[in-house]
Design a protein. Structure first.
Length: 185
């Protein structure tokens, strides 16, 4: 007897999940469940969000969102990046429904392999132009741009330096502010 093919989950499954503090995502119909992020993760996310808002909102290039906010790229691909930048006409009441300009994944021990692996590859395949990987353990930010369906590293910075992104004139990320500010910054 031939086993039944595994059913791909779709966005309706995500809509029916409980509000239990976990983050539910679909990658090509496969369910990913992640615990709520840590305190350090949330601080870095908040600090980077402020810097991105200062750039993208001021220039009216896109709107910055933080998780949880659905990025629905196909019925079977629903993501919850830590941060994202999307054009206003790419959003709906459900979330972002066209590839964002930028997704940011902040690595944690429970998400590191998925963020650098299957999600990273799928974002590129589905046309997300830019993906940033933020590594709190290494105090490093890596910025990738899609090229022929794959990401290529554009720029990276670490420690207490500044990251000057070549694709967005004037976008400079102060890494010191990400790692070392007081909890109230």
């Amino acid at each position: 007897m031939t086993p039944e093919p595994r059913r791909k989950l779709d966005y309706s499954y995500i809509q029916a999940t409980p509000n239990d503090g976990n983050r539910y995502e679909l990658v090509d119909g496969e369910l990913l469940v992640n615990p709520a992020p840590s305190r350090i993760h949330q601080r870095i996310s908040r600090r980077l969000q402020r810097q991105l808002e200062g750039y993208f909102h001021e220039r009216r290039l896109g709107e910055v969102f933080d998780a949880p906010f659905d990025v629905i790229l196909t019925p079977h691909d629903v993501f919850e990046p830590d941060l994202l930048v999307a054009k206003p006409d790419h959003t709906s009441d459900r979330g972002v429904e066209k590839p964002p300009l930028l997704v940011v994944e902040i690595l944690s021990p429970s998400t590191r392999n998925v963020d650098r692996g299957v999600k990273f590859r799928r974002y590129a395949e589905l046309g997300v132009l830019h993906c940033w990987i933020v590594d709190p353990e290494g105090n490093r930010v890596e910025c990738y741009r899609v090229h022929s369906g794959e990401y290529r590293l554009v720029v990276a910075a670490e420690g207490d330096s500044k990251l000057d992104h070549p694709d967005w004139d004037g976008l400079v990320i102060d890494l010191t502010a990400l790692w070392h500010q007081s909890p109230f910054a």
